[in-house]
Design a binder for this molecule. Structure first.
Ligand SMILES: [Zn+2]
Length: 186
């Protein structure tokens, strides 16, 4: 379809809307030659192009990271690699999302393949390293919700390790605590 040119309006070749000529970018500075698509369409195309470029860069970074992970046996180095990657992905959420995305893709293409297995092995590797080199989060940087969750988790761990604490605390409140009775199937 060709663009309809009137004196002051033009139809955009992408959205087919008639818009004032000023809505079409000059192709070259100092000439009257104008783009065939409107500014809105041009910006949208540009935005998509940039997003695609970013996605490609992220994929490449991910592939390089995974390759490095496969070569690394040292847990401390794994922990450092993970920290660097979380930082470069812009946060833990984004980092995890990248993993889920890649695993989903691999599972869809060929479930149970070596690639899928590799991904899960890498996760085990990262999780082992994380357990060993985990730094407790700074409470000042946590949201109330996260803090409550973390405190509950810590309390639960504490009680599991030292159940008599729970019994003593319950006694303070005037509650009676009985250890759970083994079921008939036990
Ligand atoms: Zn347009």
């Amino acid at each position: 379809m060709t663009a309809t040119i009137t004196e002051e309006r033009r139809v955009c070749e992408q959205c087919f809307e008639s818009k004032p000529l000023s809505e079409f970018r000059c192709k070259k500075r100092g000439t009257s030659l104008r783009a065939r698509e409107c500014r809105t369409c041009h910006n949208e195309t540009e935005r998509l192009r940039q997003a695609e470029k970013r996605a490609k860069a992220t994929d490449l970074a991910f592939a390089q990271f995974h390759a490095q992970l496969k070569r690394t046996r040292d847990e401390k180095r794994v922990a450092i690699l993970v920290a660097v990657m979380v930082e470069s992905f812009g946060g833990l959420h984004e980092f995890v999302a990248a993993w889920i995305g890649h695993i989903d893709q691999a599972m869809e293409k060929s479930p149970g393949s070596k690639k899928v297995l590799d991904f899960f092995q890498a996760i085990t590797q990262m999780s082992d390293a994380a357990h060993k080199y985990h730094k407790p989060p700074d409470p000042a940087e946590m949201t109330t919700e996260n803090l409550t969750f973390a405190l509950r988790q810590q309390l639960r761990d504490l009680v599991r390790d030292e159940p008599e604490l729970a019994v003593a605390a319950a006694r303070e409140l005037g509650w009676e605590v009985r250890p759970s009775v083994p079921t008939a199937s036990d």
